[in-house]
Every structure is written in C-alpha cells, then in structure tokens.
Design a binder for this molecule. Sequence first.
Ligand code: TXA
Ligand code: MG
Length: 334
Amino acid sequence: MNTQILNMDPKNIPFAAELLKKGEIVAIPTETVYGLAGNGLSADAVKKIFEAKGRPSDNPLILHISSVDWLYRYAENVPDLALRLAERFWPGPLTMIMPKKSIVPMETSGGLDTVAFRMPNNQWTLKLIEACDFPLAAPSANLSGLPSPTRAGYVYNDMEGKIPLIIDGGQCFYGLESTVITFTDNGVRILRPGGVTAEMLKRFCFVEIDKAVTESLQNGDKVLSPGMKYKHYSPKAEVFMVKCNDNESFADFVNKNFDENTIVLAKKADNIKAKTLPYGKTARQEAEKLFASLRKADEMGAKKIYVQAPNKEGIGLAVYNRLIRAAAFKVIEL
Ligand code: TXA
Ligand code: MG
C-alpha cells in the first residue's frame, strides 16, 4: 500500500473522512502525539489498527469525540464530575474512562466493559471527527513498544506501507500522551499522567495516583490500565534514568561513564563531554523533547542513553512515567 502524506488543510478533510468511512485507518495530528485513527464503532476497522501497530488485543483504545454530548451516545453512565472536568479541560489532554454502551465493540475496549474518551485540542481533527459522525478510536501512531510519534515523519517511519494516509500537522504541542483517569467514589485516579496534571485536577476533586505510574508492577498487583503492563516507549538503545541532586553531579557521572556510542539527555549540556540531544530546562520542554530525542538517538546509532531524571511535579510526573518505562525501570541514583 502506498502511504500518502497530506497537510492539515481543511480541503483534505473530506478525503480523510471518506477513507475512514470505508473502514481504512488514517494517522491524525493531535496536541499530544499523533494518533492512528479508525472508526471506533467498527470491529473490523479497530482490528486494522491493532494489526498495523502490532499491539496486543487486550490493550484498549481511546475514543476521540468532537462534542461532550457524544458521551451519552457511547457511555452507559456519565459521572457529573466528568462533565465538570470536560468543561474545564476539553478539548485537551485528558482521557476519562466510563462504563461503555454495547454499541462500542469489545475489540475497541480490549474486552473491558469500560471505554476511554478524549476530545483532542486540534481544530482540523475535531472537524474530521464531525465529518465522520462516529468516534475515532486512536492509539498513538507508533509501532507497539516504540516511543510515540510527535511528528509526521516519525509516523511514516513506523507506518509506511501499512496505512493509506498520514495527515501532517507539524510538531505536537505536548509531545507526551494524554492524562488517563478513572472515577473513584470521591474523585479520580490517575492511571497515566499527562498534560492535565494532578495539581490541576486537585482543584476539582480528590486525586489518587495509581502505584503503576511510578513503580514497576509486581506479580499479583491489579492492573487497572492494560497499557501499564507492557514494555513501552523504548528506543533500541539501552536507556538509564539517572537521579541526581544537581546538574554538576550528572555531568560528572556522564563524563566518567560515556563512550562513543553514548547519547545524553541533560537539563544543562555545557559541561558534558558526551554527545547530547535536545531535552529541556523545564518539565514542559522535557515532555516536548523526550520522545523525539529518544527516536533521534536511535537514528544516530546510540547503544546507551543516559537521561537526567525529571522532578515529579506538574507535567514532570508524565515525563518521569514515560522515561522510567523507556528505561525498563533501570535507575541509577547518584
Ligand atoms: O494523547 C493520547 O492519549 C494519544 C492521542 C492519539 O490521543 N493516544 C494514546 O493512546 O496515547 P494509547 O492507546 O497509546 O494509550 C491509551 C492508554 C493505554 O495505556 C490504555 O491501556 C489506556 O489508555 N486505556 C484505554 N482504555 C482504557 C480502559 N477502558 N480502562 C483502562 N485503561 C484504558
Ligand atoms: Mg501508545
């Protein structure tokens, strides 16, 4: 199959919608990462998504919707809190899990009786969803296990020949996937941290952070989000998360331990003798650069990647969560 790349021009919406209505899958831009979209109400379309990604079929997909009203089409019961959060954070990087109606096929929900919803903050993509008049099931548009794509070119690297169309919307604003929450008796539990942070949610309700966000799951732990149990976001090189108190001790560590196949992601690159790639001084920049730099390190043939640990506040918790998985929980404490 020939994979076409078109830009985010409104005149390309009818063509993309036509492919989706025929049951094809199309890569779409969002403010978080690129998504691999298909008709979320069609078991056949959803199967194509799982196939193109090589994703385990028990890992559920997010339904992307263009209007809050659509929750009533597809959710069995919509908590009041969900409406308040939608009002504040949609369109935006917040995904909410609710009991599903039977119109949503089990293939979409990975066999669960719940389904996840998100309204992405990208006008082009919202118009595409409206034109389809069905929700778009869309996981990140990477091959399963690799870092999520933050640019159309990275989608092309993973999906060339497997899908008919990629819509190029440039660099994604956040660079990390959305915050995923589920509802508890008195608030929400964060299953995956993202751009809508725990601090932001705390203004509305009681917030718990699932243990799997920062720790490796042990045998016997209950898996609330199937995505948490798989190795994730990993480039080919071996990644290490390095925890340290300051930039100087990180630089000292790297300068003693690097070789020609080492790549480093540092908050401050000045005193580092190894090759470095863009990362950031703030958690927002780290979020934006992490996946792109991990992919770039692979292109450069890195064997080992040292990444300075982010602090866990705000969107930093999301960076920490993705990085510790990319590192397969290999942490060096200085
Ligand atoms: O920002 C995003 O969320 C991007 C863009 C494309 O919207 N999408 C994305 O999808 O990251 P995906 O499939 O790569 O990640 C969805 C995560 C997975 O960890 C999955 O296990 C979890 O959400 N999830 C989805 N539905 C769920 C459900 N019903 N119960 C528990 N976890 C669920
Ligand atoms: Mg993903």
